[in-house]
Design a protein around this ligand. Sequence first.
Ligand code: NDP
Ligand code: 2IT
Length: 448
Amino acid sequence: MSYVDEVYELVVAKNPAQPEFHQAVKEVLESLRVVIEANEEQYRKDALLERLVTPERQLLFRVPWVDDKGQVQVNNGFRVQFNSAIGPYKGGLRLHPSVNLGIIKFLGFEQIFKNSLTGLPIGGGKGGSDFDPKGKSDREIMAFCQSFMTELYKYIGADTDVPAGDIGTGGREIGFMYGQYKRLTGLYEGVLTGKGLTYGGSLARTEATGYGLLYLTEEMLKCNGKDIAGKTVAVSGSGNVAIYAVQKAQQLGAKVVTVSDSTGWIYDPEGIDVALLKEVKEVKRARLTEYAAARKSAEYHEKKNGEHGVWNVKCDIALPCATQNELDLEDAKALVANGCFAVAEGANMPTTMEATEYLQKNGVLFCPGKAANAGGVATSALEMSQNSERLSWTFEEVDAKLKGIMVNIFHNLDDAAKKYGMAGNYVAGANIAGFLKVAEAMTAQGVV
Ligand code: NDP
Ligand code: 2IT
């Protein structure tokens, strides 16, 4: 059996009931096959792949907190410090009832390669909790965040592990966590990113993932003789990534006609009103029904039977920005049938493997999340730099650096795909380019 297949089987056997983690490992290892086979003897001897798929450290902890009725609630807390070969662990904290160890491991594993692709010195990690922030009061959110940090602070630091936001963790949550870290340690340091602008946050971090997604998409289209201006775009999600993806797509001259949340989706043929979307989602923290109620041109559709809705709308470009496996084979068929020619992932692993293969076989330009959404973590690394030098850069400076990083990422994965005989396969290109740097750093650092 080949080394790649052996390691994949090992991952399935050693990590039962973690389908998302298996999926992420399979996708990466499959596209590394050609690189691994060329160095098989050395990698095998060094157990490089076994080490790559095994987190350096996995922290699981209890998070007790008191709700507004005086009832004690208990959640599971996680931090997976996956790989520190090229820098301190870096990656977000997801707060969502679906969170479990397998999901955090899939996200942490993806983060290793994503962070490598940014060209910045950051290792891979991820964390979170099965806590559901929906419907909670600010006091309950604070109680949870303080309890979560009361355990986590022991294991993180500006030079060891730097968490940030993800689903359910935005500026409010980062603020509460930062305050508690500072209180417990006495340290005013860049231990978290996505901080508020009054206490060490970076300008453009809020916008970075969505903006970066569009900078990369623009470059991918340009290199394939296409243009984003005048195109119709379908976006899923209506959170941090989706909102700023919609905004930048519009600034680049596209028309965005959809957004979604976990219960429904909007079709707005006149183009999404970003100011209204921000008001509904960032200020009121409300459902999309409120968007539809305030806008005549918008149709609201309830989600039925697990269908994803937005991918059935005719579009040229699809940007999945909600969550994993939200674009399946049926959705991919609908997109292709409707003439969609490009898909770039704002979320982490939103497209199933079958859907990805279908899109690629049908000539759709496909950029995986670990490259397309890397602008968020890249700008987090820029926040870390600013914290270290005790300075803050202007919006324009950070945005220009972000754009440069995204363009560079696209060319690196495009070149890697070409070099290994898979021109146009950006999944393979991203995995290979991300892997090679980490593998070299791991090899140089010996058996650790
Ligand atoms: P938010 O919490 O701000 O928004 C998430 C959005 O996705 C909401 O609209 C939410 O709907 C929807 N959503 C979440 N879970 C589900 C689900 N199980 N089914 C359907 N819809 C769902 O998160 P972000 O925008 O930050 O994150 C979105 C994606 O982007 C995630 O995959 C994340 O890992 C990834 N990402 C985020 C980065 C960042 O900087 N924030 C960086 C790189 C990637 P509802 O409100 O109803 O739950
Ligand atoms: O998935 C991701 O890259 C993020 N949620 C952002 C991580 C970060 O450290 O900014």
